[in-house]
Design a protein around this ligand. Structure first.
Ligand code: GLN
Length: 451
């Protein structure tokens, strides 16, 4: 049924870069056989899923939305891919994304944009717009995204779906193509909080193949999602998550969510987190710095595209020509910014300062979580904007992540879930819930209560 739905609508939505029809049917049949043999299967066995094209899939193309990896077929599965397969989840295909997960609209994909199923002339968010659009278009009931600065939560917000950035280290990064290694985190996308929890449980947990993977039990997210409540909880509202960049209808729905939390028995506490105002600036030094280093591996020798290798050129020239042809503008902008910020003489002024801001943000969160159990905010300042509106204005695009970035810098956990439609444009608004590190279950407890 989902393959038929993809066939019917994906020409318009363009959520998928690759649909693995035969593989999906084979996986589904394999689950049936396991069931017939009397094997005890988990709750997601046989459930279809859309996988962001940043996770390696053995034998299936993985492009990361870039021309530089066009034609590359990974010889191995990411840990997330492997865990999904072991759980009997049926992988329908790979979803569209901003190139190397850099963007907030999926317009930076080298393979063309994805439409927001609510209004195909608008962006589905990014970088994981394909994953969220596939949920909103009913092409898949579950999806996987990655969130470096908001790429799971912002697409969830603007498509009226649920998305969770787990605690950093909660989900293995092995086989997840690196953008900014100290920020990148894979996580679940779904249409309900409980669905997201069931998926979270499948993909999370320690992995010796990822040196930053946390060796501790996965927080009890499914139990929390089945027992939603906020009674007696303290919920923080941060002053810094409001102001001139926020759409009126977004703030209205957010205020209603806060009222609902009070009605359900939560105590609402106003918080001041002054360093959050510096989050965006710190992020746009740290993320490009790490990406300039990570993307050095795309040298035309190891993977995918190779341009100008006609026997007359040096390896350096072939590398340069390939990177010139294979990377898009945003990726080049960030590699240049990052290389500059890390260069001798500038390191302390830029990268070093950004790391100090990061520590200040960690401290703001620590202070906040002494007073509250969770923090709530809008997920993103505006609803889905028209395709093209911010494409030539990186600063305007970067503002999409005002509320999501502090969590990545601090490494704790956050969820976005729908909280109604903005009255002025009828488009979905997202409520963000933020919890301390390794308290991911709180997201699901609160999310299930207000869903
Ligand atoms: N929009 C942010 C960026 O462009 C976040 C991307 C992400 O989370 N992968 O970097």
């Amino acid at each position: 049924a989902h393959l038929a739905r993809i066939e019917a609508v994906d020409e318009k939505v363009h959520a998928f870069l690759h649909v693995d029809r035969d593989g999906a049917l084979a996986q589904a049949r394999a689950v049936d056989e396991r069931r017939e043999r009397g094997e005890k299967l988990g709750p997601l066995a046989g459930v279809p899923l859309a996988l962001k094209d940043i996770f390696t899939t053995e034998g299936i193309p993985t492009t990361v939305g870039s021309k530089i990896l066009e034609g590359w077929i990974p010889p191995y599965d990411a840990t997330v891919t492997r865990r999904l397969k072991d759980a009997g989840v049926v992988i329908l295909g790979k979803t569209n994304m901003d190139e190397f997960a850099m963007g907030s609209s999926t317009e930076n994909s080298a393979y063309g944009p994805t439409g927001n199923p609510w209004d195909l002339t608008r962006i589905p968010g990014g970088s994981g717009g394909g994953s969220s659009a596939s949920l909103a278009a009913y092409e898949a009931p579950l999806a996987i995204g990655t969130d470096t600065g908001g790429s799971i939560r912002q697409p969830a917000s603007v498509t009226g779906t649920v998305g969770v950035k787990p605690t950093y280290g909660g989900v293995s990064r092995y086989g997840m193509v690196a953008f900014s290694s100290s920020l990148d985190q894979g996580g679940p996308c779904a249409r309900t909080v409980l669905d997201a929890a069931l998926l979270h449980e499948v993909i999370a947990g320690h992995d010796p193949l990822d040196s930053t993977s946390i060796d501790a039990p996965v927080p009890p997210v499914v139990e929390a999602a089945r027992n939603g409540t906020v009674a007696g909880m303290r919920v923080g509202v941060v002053r810094q998550f409001s102001g001139e960049h926020y759409q009126a209808g977004v703030m209205q729905r957010f205020a209603e969510s806060v009222d609902l939390l009070k009605e359900l028995g939560a105590e609402v506490v106003e918080l001041d987190c002054p360093s959050f105002d510096l989050g965006l600036s710190a992020y746009y030094l740290i993320a490009p710095s790490e990406c300039s280093s990570n993307l050095a591996r795309f040298d035309a020798m190891r993977y995918g595209l190779r341009v100008g290798d006609d026997g007359s050129r040096s390896a350096e020239d072939v590398t340069a020509l390939t990177r010139e042809a294979g990377f898009g503008d945003e990726v080049k902008r960030r590699v240049m910014l990052g290389t500059y910020a890390l260069s001798s003489g500038y390191y302390d002024a830029y990268y070093g300062s950004a790391q100090k801001v990061r520590t200040l943000i960690v401290r703001d969160f620590e202070k906040a979580f002494e007073q509250v159990d969770v923090i709530v905010s809008p997920t993103t300042p505006t609803t889905a904007f028209p395709i093209g509106e911010r494409a030539d204005d990186p600063m305007a695009m970067y503002l999409s992540d005002l509320c999501t970035i502090p969590t990545n810098l601090a490494g704790n956990a956050a969820m976005s879930l729908p909280c109604g439609l903005a009255p002025e444009d009828g488009l979905p608004v997202g409520l963000q819930i933020i919890a301390p590190a390794m308290k991911d279950d709180r997201l699901y407890r609160v999310g299930a209560a207000v869903e």
